[in-house]
Design a protein around this ligand. Sequence first.
Ligand code: ATP
Length: 254
Amino acid sequence: MRSKQGTNDGPKTNEALLSASGLTKRFGGLTAVNDVDFRLPKGQIRCLIGPNGAGKSTFLKLLTGFHTPTDGTIYYKGEDITSSHPHIRAKSGISFKFQKLSTYQDLTVEQNLRIPTQLYTDGDQLDEHIDELLELVELTDKRSMPVTNLSHGEQQWLEIAMTMGVEPELLLLDEPTAGMTIDETEKTAGLVRDLIDEDVTVLIVEHDINFVRGISDMVTVMHNGQIFAEGSVEEIVTHEGVKKIYLGKSVEGD
Ligand SMILES: Nc1ncnc2c1ncn2[C@@H]1O[C@H](COP(=O)(O)OP(=O)(O)OP(=O)(O)O)[C@@H](O)[C@H]1O
């Protein structure tokens, strides 16, 4: 297993799409993210796991620009983006989905999908692009339905389609399977795997170890605001230190 400072060779390429150096976020006296060095190769699906309060969501919000770091630097495609606004990061290819649903409940599936997609797609290609996205998340037959009538899983898939509407190179997802049934979780794993065919690099904060097992090229474990371990799923689920930080709970799944 690689150490925190080790070289992170992705399965497809060694080129880092995103990296962070010494990234730190303090809220008053609490250090939520503590001196994190991180490297995400292009084309990889990386899952970020760790116990509650480990700093995962805060780390993701630093990468999106929704939190300003107390210290440290973030690079995207080799450029320092530490001070750039979330909107600028989105324009440069970083798309994100937070835990909280951000759809308009009274609008239809298609209307919601059009909102982000039309900003990034030429007018004459917009309809085709919307059709592709609906197909990708298997919501074609629900395109005219108000979002409020969708199941929880379907709403999450719509949001994933919305993040894809901006044609991202990097997708950051915070617990996309939260509240899903086992079947919905499995379908989400398939959907995320399909994204890689679209040449998207993905970083996912996730608690469901079966989901993590099914999709990860590599897993990063956070604990107390720091990167505690990094490795393949098998290395992580058999890691004694990782087992301990979950306070005896199994991370091996069923
Ligand atoms: N805006 C904030 N103001 C103050 N403290 C915060 C803020 N956001 C997060 N924290 C604190 O930072 C620490 C890390 O929180 P964070 O949500 O990043 O953890 P997490 O690993 O995502 O947890 P979970 O798995 O439960 O979502 C926690 O102690 C949390 O209470």
